[in-house]
Design a protein. Structure first.
Length: 199
């Protein structure tokens, strides 16, 4: 069983992935987004920005291939595509259209590997409460409405790319009570494996 977990920032993806990997004895594919976000910040040209997105998708696919038949992945190419969509229009418009089309197709194709993509419920977000937004500071916490729009974008891309039957969202109370593995096992019949290591 191959499961991807996607969603906007601080929605519990990594926590859920670790719990599922531990309880179900599944390899966990690490997020690997720190290098990606750093590459985005340091990109000096639209070409470099595009390369950062292609690079993270390629590396995630290689990690998933090494993991074998069963794994849980912290983030998927859906998250990468969402991040691409958040780029300002002048940056995206400066990228060659064939290259953008190739990125989109590569991301979509790489998502075919997942049996299911789990998207955490919005109610569990750290940034769900507007009081968490302090725009007057130099390093504000995430604007909850920006985060919400990104989360909805992830959900829409997932539905388009892999279909509604493979997109699952646990109830908030299950997610918050640490019962996600039991719920997931019952929901999709996740079987245990002997693999426990991260790749």
């Amino acid at each position: 069983m191959k499961i991807g977990i996607s969603g906007a920032s601080n929605c519990g993806k990594t926590t859920a992935a670790r719990q599922i990997a531990k309880d179900m004895k599944l390899p966990m594919i690490q997020e690997g987004f720190l290098a990606f976000t750093n590459a985005r910040k340091s990109a000096k040209s639209p070409k470099a920005m595009l390369h950062a997105h292609v690079d993270i998708i390629t590396k995630k696919a290689a990690s998933e291939k090494r993991a074998g038949a069963d794994f849980v992945a912290d983030r998927t190419p859906i998250d990468v595509m969402m991040m691409f969509c958040t780029l300002q229009e002048p940056v995206k418009n400066a990228m060659p259209s064939p290259a953008v089309a190739a990125l989109t197709e590569q991301a979509r194709e790489n998502c075919r590997v997942y049996d299911y993509v789990m998207i955490p419920p919005w109610a569990v977000f750290t940034y769900h409460d507007p009081a968490q937004w302090f725009p007057a500071t130099s390093t504000p916490k995430m604007n909850p409405w920006t985060n919400y729009s990104r989360h909805m974008m992830v959900h829409r891309i997932a539905l388009d790319w892999i279909g509604a039957s493979k997109v699952i969202t646990p109830p908030a109370e299950i997610f918050l009570d640490g019962k996600i593995s039991d719920w997931l096992s019952q929901r999709i019949g996740l079987r245990e494996t002997d693999a426990e290591v991260s790749v």
